[in-house]
Ligand binder design. Structure first.
Ligand code: P1T
Length: 389
């Protein structure tokens, strides 16, 4: 029997280790087995133990989905083969003629999915600066059915007031979706702030070791959950049992990792903030972040992502990015190892140049995903690379 690891009685760290899981009843194995079965034997047609076919449901995936749902303070979790598969599924809650209001700044691949793929299904998108809830209210049309929030945004680190935006959406029947990839449920729980649906690229902090590509959706809304279960089964973008097993193992250390990511990121943000070769740092934990107060209100920490602008434009950025030794020059984020990248050329190349210009995603912008290596090593690495500029 699986226990009820409810948040009233148990802390986040305990739930991350136990929720959705129980010792195997036949062997006593403490860890949930990796069920690599595609199908399940039935006693009689339609009489089975809750599983028929692994696209529809798999016991390993179910344990992971239940653990994720628990950590996000939700009731229903769904695991997908990538963050983009989770986004694609969520966007299929809509039908032709519906309108979506989305953040003007978001992961380049999410923008591409909306602008170049889903738009062809007859769905209309308006991209607005959601840092001001009035901009959201002004963009609402009679056919608006969804608001798509990323907070903090990737890569400019803008924050959206999740509570107030969802409050404005709900009475109009607009589904609020929050991409919580940058914060993980350890630092931000959008469902507690009134969101309908939470999305993750679990490739990032949830799995945390840069060895899985995955995605997830979590909700407490039964009607939305039923539709997502139907879509996930029909469209088939589900997580493999192996990826679910590895990601569930990673969840057990999520709290430890997130605390270290944040401690180191805060020190690095302060270091960059006073560095003469750095123009500006965007980190929600710095009082200089324009929405520092909102960060303290809606987040339980500031996370491990830092964006900054180096003085000297492309030449300086290139020299710096080629000079780091501990930080690895690579796309992605949220792993135990520190990564560094150039959004304009790398992760956000699919955003049109005019949009990038308006958002400030320029040649001088550098994004850091601070890992959990020794902090002194990271600071020394950044120092020597900045010295070369
Ligand atoms: O890569 P995938 O697992 O499909 O997830 C897409 C995605 C969704 N949402 C956010 C906020 C993301 O950052 C991502 C993926 N982002 C990167 C690969 C990156 O380097 O920013």
């Amino acid at each position: 029997m699986k226990k009820d690891w409810n948040k009233e009685q148990f802390g986040f760290e305990t739930r991350a280790i136990h929720a959705g899981q129980a010792p195997d009843p036949t062997t006593g194995a403490i860890m949930t087995p990796l069920y690599l079965s595609s199908t399940y034997v039935q006693e009689s047609p339609g009489v089975h133990k809750g599983y028929e076919y692994s696209r529809t449901g798999n016991p390993t995936r179910r344990a992971y989905e239940d653990c994720l749902a628990n950590l996000e303070s939700g009731k229903f979790g769904f695991a997908f083969t990538s963050g983009c598969a989770a986004s694609t599924t969520a966007l299929h809650l809509l039908k032709a003629g519906d309108h979506v209001i989305a953040c003007d700044d978001m992961y380049g691949g999410s923008f591409r999915l909306m602008d170049k793929v889903i738009r062809h299904n007859g769905i209309e998108f308006t991209f607005v600066d959601l840092t001001n809830v009035e901009n959201f209210k002004k963009a609402i049309k009679p056919n608006t059915k969804m608001v798509w929030i990323e907070s903090p945004t990737n890569p400019t680190m803008k924050l959206v007031d999740i509570r107030r935006t969802c409050e404005a959406a709900r009475p109009k029947g607009i589904i609020s979706v929050v991409d919580n990839t940058f914060m993980s449920p350890y630092f931000q729980r959008p469902l507690e702030l009134g969101a309908d649906l939470v999305l993750h690229s679990t490739t990032k902090y949830i799995n945390g070791h840069s060895d899985i590509v995955g995605g997830a959706l979590i909700t407490s809304n039964e009607e939305i959950a039923k539709k997502i279960a139907f879509l996930s089964n029909s469209m088939g973008g589900i997580s493999s049992a192996f990826d679910a097993w590895v990601s569930m193992r990673s969840l057990k250390t999520l709290a430890l990792r997130m605390r270290q990511h944040e401690t180191s990121a805060m020190e690095i943000a302060k270091f960059l903030d006073q560095h003469p070769k750095v123009e500006r740092v965007a980190y929600p934990g710095l009082p200089s972040h324009p929405q520092h107060a909102l960060a303290k209100e809606q987040m339980h920490g500031f996370g491990g992502m830092i964006t900054f602008y180096i003085k000297g434009g492309m030449d300086a950025a290139r020299t710096f990015l080629e000079s780091v030794q501990v930080f690895a020059l690579a796309e992605s984020l949220g792993g135990v190892e520190s990564l560094i990248e150039h959004p304009a050329i790398m992760t956000h190349a699919s955003v049109p140049p005019e949009n990038r210009k308006a958002l400030g995603i320029d040649d001088a912008m550098v994004r850091l995903s601070v890992g959990v290596e020794n902090l002194e090593d990271l600071l020394r690495d950044l120092t020597q690379a900045l010295d070369k500029v």
